[in-house]
Design a protein around this ligand. Structure first.
Ligand code: DGL
Length: 264
């Protein structure tokens, strides 16, 4: 197969990265995509950086064996823990990661108070500290870890009273402190955007990184003459229960698809 027609490999701890995959499909409809949900190891947010780094190595090797021409870490937590090592391991490979959108949020806020919803792992990481040093000198940033939320989204529970109550407990203190801009610093969270919208006043802005990641992937592939043309295919893999993932795909991805088991 010509190199430019090879697929892009995308992964996350679970189904959260589908929020990024949707953006990639929309921007790059000719790209074939391999998506791996590491559901047997979800959530990453409460695990050590060493553990996540090892998962990143195993998953990257699998996606490369299947011919990936580029990798997207559709996971803020995995990017914080593993992207540096992956780039050292595969210096020639385009590897795109993602981080909470602190810079756009700092530019957007009018009250000067920005909230960040993300996993414990992302918020504790050195990469996140560096991001704040670089872009948040002139604003107040309030961080809020959301333990337990990823598990609800994995189960396709995007609207229940329990999910709503969890979110309200995290968001109300941020609003009370004047937050007018809220960063969704985990790829699972765009799926509860509508529920958040019900809890937030209309002038609070939600900032997500999926679109920017798709745009960046587009630029990187174009620079390297790796943009595909013609018909695209998507394949889904899951280290947990493929049937469980297949059940939530119509909700989170918008279509049915077969899911293959990944034993790594
Ligand atoms: N979706 C992931 C992220 O962007 C990780 C969620 C988790 O497994 O804790 O951070």
């Amino acid at each position: 197969m010509a190199e430019h027609m090879a697929p892009v490999g995308v992964f996350d701890s679970g189904v959260g990265g589908l929020s990024v995959l949707r953006e990639i499909r929309q921007r790059l409809p000719h790209e074939s995509l391999l998506y791996l949900a590491d559901s047997a190891h979800v959530p990453y947010g409460e695990k050590s950086p060493e553990y996540i780094c090892q998962r990143c190595r195993i998953i990257a090797a699998f996606l490369l064996e299947r011919g990936a021409k580029a990798l997207v870490l559709a996971c803020n937590t995995a990017t914080a823990a593993g992207i540096t090592e992956l780039r050292e391991l595969y210096p020639q490979l385009p590897i795109i990661g993602m981080e909470p959108a602190v810079k756009p949020a700092a530019l957007a806020t009018r009250s000067g108070v920005v909230g960040v919803l993300a996993t414990t792992g992302t918020l504790k990481s050195a990469r996140f500290a560096a991001l704040l040093d670089r872009f948040a000198a002139d604003v107040r940033v309030i961080t809020q870890p959301c333990p337990g939320l990823v598990e609800r989204i994995e189960a396709g529970d995007l609207h229940s009273a329990q999910t709503r109550a969890m979110l309200a407990d995290w968001v109300e203190p941020l609003l009370a402190q004047g937050c007018d801009t809220l960063i969704l610093g985990c790829t699972h969270y765009p799926f509860i955007g509508p529920l958040l919208g019900e809890l937030l006043p209309a002038d609070v802005r939600l900032i997500d990184t999926g679109t920017a990641v798709a745009r960046h992937l587009h630029e990187v592939l174009a620079e390297r003459h790796l943009l595909a043309n013609g018909q695209a295919q998507q394949r889904f893999y899951c280290s947990g229960d493929p049937l469980r993932m297949a059940r939530v795909l119509p909700i989170l991805w918008g279509e049915n698809a077969a899911v293959e088991f990944f034993a790594g």
